[in-house]
Design a protein around this ligand. Structure first.
Ligand SMILES: [Zn+2]
Length: 407
């Protein structure tokens, strides 16, 4: 998740909008790329869902004009399955209302799923993902973004499993929680403490996927050591492209891959593209992960007051950075190619973060334009098997390994 700054350049001029739709919209996608994309299992490791409906009402099955995601647009973009990520914002933590908030979001998720039974279905295993996507529906693999909500308690993890969660992000968002340090706040535990190790072991026993995006380098390294299963970094970047704490150094990526893990590439610019990152930081006066100003008045607030505070940031859609600073889809894939050079094609995947704030590559409007990535992969000379691995095969492999092992 990144934070919204759309208002900064809300005057996006019509000329630029026209250029998008004519020079770099869907017309750029060849028949070969479109067919390959449609025939491939597209399984995205990180999509922000439900927050929008929770705060503002509405139905994810209906097309809307703003934001980056709804089910009709996802279908148009060839999406077959996704980590259906529920996100509790930092605002709820100082008041200790985070576990209640995740229950409210799960309730909202079930409401959306039941309203859209013809379009989307909950998946608990890799086989479910395959079965559901073959029916033409989107498979939703329910995931928790923000380890705060667990309170470091394996009992809470077990109950979330019983409610249908099959994946969770170990670190909190951009703060430390009571068992794992985050990328973007002062180290509290120097990685994990005993509670963190216990939560990982319980996830391994239950068959839940562990995601370490938003972790500090120490947290990521220790989680890889402790977990018996491969670990995912669902929405991430490489430090060799942008030296910020939300990205992964080469050595850590090699360690993740050596245990079968996979890194997901956030589809925005700010993780990978220093020019857009610097532009955004200059305009906001702070980097996108800096949420230290949250928490002063929140400690004494009711959950309804917190809803009013948290709601306006959704949906999160990145910034209107100047177009010439942005990576094209081809350039964006250069980051993935660098990871492939380091660890091979079995350890990379898509982790878009749609509606979580990415400033999309040049010419991409929203999830509808995912086929532009497939077009760019062909232009980079990727083989069809490599394209299939990146778009979903590698993620499916890890989900199968974790959710379908013999207990
Ligand atoms: Zn995130």
């Amino acid at each position: 998740m990144t934070r919204p700054l759309v208002w900064l350049l809300a005057c996006a001029c019509p000329v630029i909008a026209w250029a998008y739709s004519t020079s770099s919209g869907q017309a750029q996608v060849s028949d070969r790329a479109r067919t390959l994309h449609q025939e491939t299992l597209v399984f995205d490791a990180h999509v922000h869902v439900v927050d929008r409906q929770f705060y503002h009402g509405g139905d994810m099955g209906q097309r809307v004009e703003d934001g980056q995601f709804d089910l009709p647009r996802a279908k148009e973009g060839g999406l077959d399955a996704m980590f259906f990520s529920l996100f509790v914002t930092e605002q709820y933590y100082p008041a200790r209302l985070e576990t209640k908030q995740v229950l409210r979001l799960i309730d909202a998720a079930y409401d959306q799923l039941s309203k859209n039974k013809d379009k989307i279905e909950l998946a608990f295993t890799a086989s479910d993902v395959e079965r559901i996507s073959k029916t033409g529906k989107i498979a939703a693999f329910m995931d928790l973004e923000g380890g705060f909500d667990l309170d470091g308690d394996p009992a809470v993890l077990r109950m979330l499993y019983r409610l249908g969660l099959r994946s969770f992000q170990l670190p909190a968002h951009n703060w430390a929680n009571n068992f794992a340090d985050s990328c973007c706040a002062a180290a509290k535990w120097h990685g994990l403490n005993d509670r963190g190790r216990a939560v990982i072991r319980e996830a391994n026993r239950l068959g839940m996927v562990i995601n370490i995006s938003h972790g500090s380098d120490e947290t990521i390294s220790q989680a890889i050591d402790v977990s018996a299963d491969p670990i995912l970094a669902t929405h991430h970047g490489l430090r060799s492209f942008n030296d910020i704490p939300r990205t992964m150094p080469d050595g850590l990526l090699k360690k993740l891959a050596a245990k079968g893990g996979v890194i997901g590439f956030q589809i925005g610019n700010e993780f990978h593209n220093v020019k857009v990152f610097n532009w955004r930081t200059a305009h906001a006066g702070k980097p996108f992960w800096d949420t230290t100003d949250i928490g002063r008045k929140e400690a004494g607030m009711t959950i309804e007051e917190l809803d009013k505070l948290a709601g306006p940031q959704f949906p999160m859609v990145g910034i209107a950075a100047p177009d010439d600073l942005k990576f094209t889809p081809y350039e964006w894939l250069g980051v993935v190619d660098r990871a492939i050079e380091l660890v091979g094609e079995d350890h990379v995947m898509l982790g878009s973060d749609f509606d979580g704030g990415p400033t999309l590559p040049r010419g991409m409007r929203d999830i509808r334009d995912l086929p532009m990535l497939t077009e760019a992969m062909l232009k980079r000379g990727w083989s069809e098997p490599r394209i299939r691995k990146f778009l979903g095969g590698n993620l499916l492999r890890v989900v199968r390994q974790v959710t379908e092992k013999q207990k």
